[in-house]
Design a protein around this ligand. Structure first.
Ligand code: ANZ
Ligand code: ZN
Length: 855
C-alpha cells in the first residue's frame, strides 16, 4: 500500500465514493434534532471562487460535519443567486447571453465546491433563474400586492448612468452605484415599491431576539433610523389663518432659538411662496441640488449653500417672523421636508447661519452657565434660557415635554416618530431578472397576473442591452409586451421592468427544505421542521440589504399565516476577508487573486481547508500566506505517517470478536465517560507511565477544546489544539512508545481521525479505512471527553480501605468530593475490598486520600 501522503489520489477517490454513496443527502425528517447550516447563496460570477469565498464555505462545512457527528439531522444546501446585474454585466462584457455564461459559471462553482469536499446535499440545489423557482418569486410579489405591500408610484429615483438602471437607496453608497462605482443621478420614473416601512418598528424591535453580530444589528438599527420628535406648525407671514408649513424636529425645546426656516429645494410650497424677484435664483439653485446625492447634501464638511425665497414664517411661541430659505441640506424624503433652524444648537444650522449672517440665539445653557455669544453650536444638555415661561427647565427632557404640551393644547404640535428607512424600490430596467407579474389594461388599469398563469417567463432576447431612456430591454419585445387583460379580456401590455435581484434572495432559505415543491413556494411541514436557519454565514457587506429584506419577507409571510416564525436566521456570523499576500484586497485588476484551484493543485484540498480554518480568528481580516498552507500540509503529512505507523505496529483485529472491545474512540461504548479515570489508573495498560498518562490527558483536553471551539466558531484554536496533541503524540511515539499499550495507540489515532474529519475529511476517511474500518468516518459519533482526564490539572489520590492502601486514582485538582468518592469506590481494588461489606464512613482528604471505613 502507498506509504506517502498523496492528497490528490485520496481526495478524488473519496469524492467519487461519497457521490456514489450519496453520503450528503439530508433526510426530509428524522427524530434527531435538526440543524440548518446555510451559506449566503452566491452570484456565480465568471471569476469562479477565490480563497476568500472558501473562508465562508469551509468553516460552515466543518460545522455541518461536526453537528452531524454530534447526532443532528443537518441541512447544508447550496444554490445560485443567478439573476441580476453582476451576471448580466459579465455577459455583456463577453458578448454572450447571460443564460449561457451563468450556466457555465455555475458549473465552475460546482466543480470547485466538490473539489473542496464540501458536504452539500446537491439534490436540493436551487437556482433563482429556474422558472420553477421564479414563478414563486412572482407569486410572492402578488402576495405582497394583495396585502397592499406592493405599490406603484412615481418618484424621483437614483439612476446609474453606467448600469442604466434605477437603484434602491441601499444600493447607493456615498453617491455611487454599489456595483460599478459610477456617480448616480436622479430621474423621475414610475416604479414598483415594497412597503417595508410598514415593518420599520418590528424590524427594529426583533433585533433583540436574534443572535447576530452586534455590529450588524447596529447597522440595521441605524438604517431603520427611528427618531422621536414632534411636528410643529408654522403660520406663513401675511396669511394668518391660512395653511402654514409643518416642520419635523427632534428638539422642540429649542423652538425659541429658531431664527429661520429651511425647506428642501424640492418642497412643493417653494413654487407658491417664492417672491417674483427671487424666482430665477431659486430655480437655478433647485436644478443644481437635483444632481447631488443625499450623502453629499447631508455632509457636515460641505460648505453650506442656499437661497432666501422672499417669504417668512411665524414662530408659534413668540410670533417672530422667520425668513424662509431653501437649502440642499434639507431633504425632501425625510420628516416633512422642512425644518426650523436653530443655529445655536445644531451644527449644520450654525454653519449655515454663519455663512449667511443669520442670527444665532442661545436657548440652552450648559451646566457652567449661559455663554451669551456662541463660538459653535452647543448640542449638549442644559437649562432653558431666553425662552420666556420655559426658562429654567431642564433641556431637552422636561422642556421637550412642556413645549410640545403647550403647543399641543393650541393644535400647533404633536409628537411624531420618524424612520429613515424608505420603501424598497424593486423595479429594474434590466433584462436579466424576474419579470414583474403585472399587466396594464387601458380599461382596467394595472392588473395582477392570475396565479395559474405563472410564471411569466423571461423571453430569450438576443438584444438584451440596457438603454439610456429608462426603458427595460423587455419593452423592445412586442411578443412579450402584448397580452390580454386578465380582468376584461381586452388588449393589454405587460410590465416590462424586472425585479431587483434581492427579491430572489429574500426567500430562498425557505425553498431548500422542499426544493421541488410544485404547489407553493414551500411545503409548510418542511419549513416548520427546518426553519429558522440555525447558522447563517456570509459577508458583512450585506448588513442592510439582503439581511433586512429577508427579515421583512419573513414577517410578511408570517402575517399572511404562511410561516409560524418571524425571523428567518436565528444565528448569523460574518467571516473576515482574506487579503492577498501583499495585504491588499484581492482583485482581478490587481492580478493578486488566489484561486482554490492553484492551492489544491499544490497541496490538496485538505491542506487548503485546514489553512482556511487555521489562518486567523474567524471574523478577522487576514492576509493569505503560502507558508501557512505549507505548514498545514506538513501537519497532515505527519498525521498520515503516524497513523500508518500505528496501524502497522498494532493492526486492528477484524471480525466480530474485535468489535468495540479494544479502546475505540471515546463516545463509542467501550469507554464510558467517567470510567476512563478508573481505567487510566487501575488498568496498567492505560498509561503505563507518567508520559503515557500525560498523553491521554492531552487527548481528552483536546477533545474538550475542539468541541467547544467548533461550537464557538474558534476554528483556528481548534486546529492548533490538534497540532499540539499531534506533536506530543509524535514525541512519545518516537522515544517512549511503550508508555501506551497498542490498543491505546490505536484508540488515540482513531479519536484523532474523528476529530480531524470535519476539517480534513478526505485524509480522515482514508486513514479510517486503513485502520480497517468498514464504515465511513462521517458517520462516527463525535467523541466525548472524560471530564476527569480533561481537567486542567490532576493529582493522585490514595485509596484506602480501613486505612490500608488498596489503589490509586487520578482526579482533577478541585474535583468535587462526591465525584472523587464515587470514582474511588469504582477502582478495581477498592471494589474488591468493599464487596459484601458495609461502608460506615467515607473520609476524603482533598487531593490526598480517600479512606473507606467498612464493617
Ligand atoms: C430643530 C433642531 C434643533 C434640530 C437642534 C436638531 C437640533 P434625526 O435625528 O435625523 O431625525 N431635520 C428634520 N427634517 C430634516 C430633513 N428633511 N432634512 C434634513 N434635516 C432635517 O434629526 C432630526 C433633526 O434633523 C430635526 O431636528 C431637524 O433639525 C433636522 F438643536 O430641528 B432639528
Ligand atoms: Zn381590462
Amino acid at each position: 500500500m502507498e506509504r506517502r501522503y498523496k492528497p490528490h489520489e485520496i481526495e478524488e477517490t473519496w469524492q467519487r465514493i461519497w457521490r456514489e454513496r450519496d453520503a450528503y443527502r439530508t433526510p426530509a425528517t428524522s427524530d434527531k434534532p435538526k440543524y440548518y447550516c446555510l451559506d449566503f447563496f452566491p452570484y456565480p460570477s465568471g471569476d469562479g471562487l477565490s480563497v476568500g469565498h472558501c473562508r465562508n464555505y469551509v468553516p460552515t462545512d466543518a460545522v455541518s460535519r461536526f453537528m452531524r457527528m454530534r447526532g443532528h439531522n443537518v441541512l447544508h444546501p447550496m444554490g445560485w443567486d443567478a439573476f441580476g446585474l453582476p451576471a448580466e454585466n459579465f455577459a455583456i462584457k463577453r458578448g454572450v447571453h447571460p443564460r449561457e455564461t451563468t450556466e457555465r459559471n455555475i458549473a465552475t462553482y460546482t466543480r470547485q465546491m466538490n473539489m473542496l469536499g464540501l458536504s452539500y446535499d446537491w439534490s436540493r440545489e436551487i437556482s433563482s433563474i429556474d422558472p420553477e423557482y421564479y414563478r414563486w418569486t412572482q407569486w410572492l410579489f402578488l402576495l405582497l400586492y394583495k396585502r397592499g405591500l406592493a405599490y406603484r408610484s412615481i418618484g424621483s429615483q437614483w439612476w446609474c448612468p453606467v448600469d442604466k438602471t434605477i437603484l434602491a437607496n441601499e444600493q447607493v453608497e456615498q453617491g455611487r452605484c454599489w456595483r460599478c462605482g459610477a456617480e448616480v443621478t436622479k430621474v423621475d420614473l414610475e416604479q414598483w415599491y415594497f412597503r417595508i416601512t410598514d415593518y420599520a418598528q418590528r424590524l427594529l424591535d426583533d433585533l433583540a431576539t436574534i443572535d447576530w453580530p452586534e455590529k450588524i444589528k447596529l447597522m440595521q438599527a441605524n438604517w431603520i433610523g427611528r427618531s422621536e420628535g414632534a411636528e410643529i406648525e408654522f403660520a406663513l407671514a401675511g396669511r394668518p389663518g391660512g395653511d402654514g408649513l409643518t416642520v419635523f424636529t427632534t428638539r422642540p425645546d429649542t423652538l425659541f432659538g429658531a431664527t429661520y426656516v429651511v425647506l428642501a429645494p424640492e418642497h412643493p410650497l417653494v413654487e407658491e411662496l417664492t417672491a417674483p424677484d427671487k424666482r430665477a435664483e431659486v430655480e437655478a439653485y433647485r436644478s443644481q441640488a437635483r444632481r447631488e446625492s443625499e450623502i453629499e447634501r447631508l455632509s457636515t464638511e460641505k460648505d453650506k449653500t442656499g437661497v432666501f425665497i422672499g417669504a417668512h414664517a411665524v414662530n408659534p411661541v413668540n410670533k417672530a417672523a422667520l425668513p424662509i430659505w431653501i437649502s440642499d441640506y434639507v431633504l425632501m424624503g425625510y420628516g416633512t421636508g422642512a425644518i426650523m433652524a436653530v443655529p445655536g444648537h445644531d451644527e449644520r444650522d450654525f454653519a449655515f447661519a454663519t455663512t449667511f449672517g443669520l442670527p444665532i440665539v442661545e436657548v440652552i445653557a450648559p451646566p457652567s452657565g449661559a455663554q451669551g455669544e456662541l463660538a459653535e453650536a452647543y448640542t449638549g444638555d442644559g437649562v432653558m434660557v431666553n425662552s420666556e415661561r420655559f426658562d429654567g427647565m431642564a433641556a431637552p427632557g422636561e422642556a421637550f415635554e412642556a413645549i410640545v404640551a403647550w403647543l399641543g393644547e393650541r393644535g400647533l404640535a404633536r409628537k411624531k416618530v420618524n424612520y429613515k428607512l424608505r420603501d424598497w424600490l424593486i423595479s429594474r430596467q434590466r433584462y436579466w431578472g424576474v419579470p414583474i407579474p403585472i399587466v396594464y389594461c387601458e380599461r382596467c388599469g394595472a392588473q395582477p397576473v392570475p396565479e395559474d398563469q405563472l410564471p411569466v417567463l423571461l423571453p430569450n432576447l438576443a438584444d438584451f442591452k440596457p438603454t439610456d431612456d429608462g426603458r427595460s430591454p423587455l419593452a423592445r419585445s412586442p411578443e412579450f409586451v402584448a397580452t390580454t387583460c386578465p380582468s376584461c379580456g381586452g388588449p393589454a401590455r405587460r410590465e416590462t421592468d424586472t425585479m431587483d435581484t434581492f427579491v430572489d434572495s429574500s426567500w430562498y432559505h425557505l425553498r431548500y427544505p422542499s426544493p421541488r415543491a410544485a404547489e407553493a413556494p414551500f411545503e409548510r411541514a418542511a419549513v416548520d421542521y427546518w426553519l429558522p436557519v440555525d447558522m447563517y454565514v456570509g459577508g458583512a457587506e450585506h448588513a442592510v440589504m439582503h439581511l433586512l429584506y429577508a427579515r421583512f419577507f419573513c414577517k410578511v409571510l408570517c402575517d399572511a399565516g404562511l410561516l409560524g416564525f418571524s425571523e428567518p436566521y436565528a444565528r448569523l456570523r460574518n467571516q473576515g476577508m482574506i487579503l492577498a499576500e501583499d495585504g491588499q484586497k484581492m482583485s482581478k485588476s490587481k492580478g493578486n487573486v488566489i484561486t482554490p484551484d492553484s492551492v489544491v493543485e499544490r497541496y490538496g484540498a485538505d491542506s487548503l481547508r485546514v489553512y482556511e480554518l487555521f489562518i486567523a480568528p474567524f471574523e478577522q481580516a487576514v492576509a493569505w500566506n503560502d507558508r501557512g498552507v505549507q505548514g498545514c500540509y506538513r501537519f497532515l503529512g505527519r498525521y498520515w505517517n503516524l497513523a500508518l505507523d500505528v496501524s502497522e505496529a498494532f493492526p486492528r483485529e477484524t471480525g466480530a470478536a474485535a468489535g468495540k472491545a479494544e479502546w475505540a474512540p471515546a463516545g463509542s461504548a467501550a469507554v464510558a465517560p467517567g470510567d476512563a479515570a478508573a481505567v487510566a489508573s487501575a488498568d496498567g495498560a492505560a498509561g503505563r507511565d507518567e508520559r503515557g498518562r500525560a498523553l491521554l490527558r492531552t487527548l481528552h483536553k483536546t477533545i474538550r477544546k475542539v468541541t467547544g471551539d467548533m461550537e464557538g466558531f474558534r476554528f483556528n484554536t481548534a486546529v492548533s489544539a490538534m497540532m499540539e496533541l499531534q506533536n506530543e503524540a509524535l514525541v512519545v511515539w518516537g522515544d517512549a512508545r511503550d508508555s501506551l499499550a497498542g490498543a491505546r495507540w490505536r484508540g488515540l489515532i482513531e479519536t484523532f481521525t474523528v476529530l480531524l474529519s470535519p476539517m480534513a475529511p478526505h485524509v480522515a476517511e482514508e486513514v479510517w479505512c486503513r485502520l480497517a474500518h468498514e464504515d465511513s468516518v462521517l458517520d462516527q459519533p463525535w467523541p466525548d471527553w472524560d471530564p476527569v482526564l480533561a481537567a486542567d490539572e490532576v493529582v493522585t489520590v490514595v485509596v484506602q480501605v480501613n486505612g490500608k492502601l488498596r489503589d490509586r486514582l487520578e482526579v482533577a485538582v478541585g474535583a468535587a468530593q462526591e465525584d472523587v468518592l464515587a470514582a474511588a469506590r469504582e477502582t478495581q481494588n477498592a471494589r474488591r475490598f468493599l464487596e459484601g461489606k458495609q461502608v460506615v464512613k467515607e473520609i476524603y482528604v482533598p487531593g490526598k486520600l480517600v479512606n473507606f471505613v467498612v464493617r
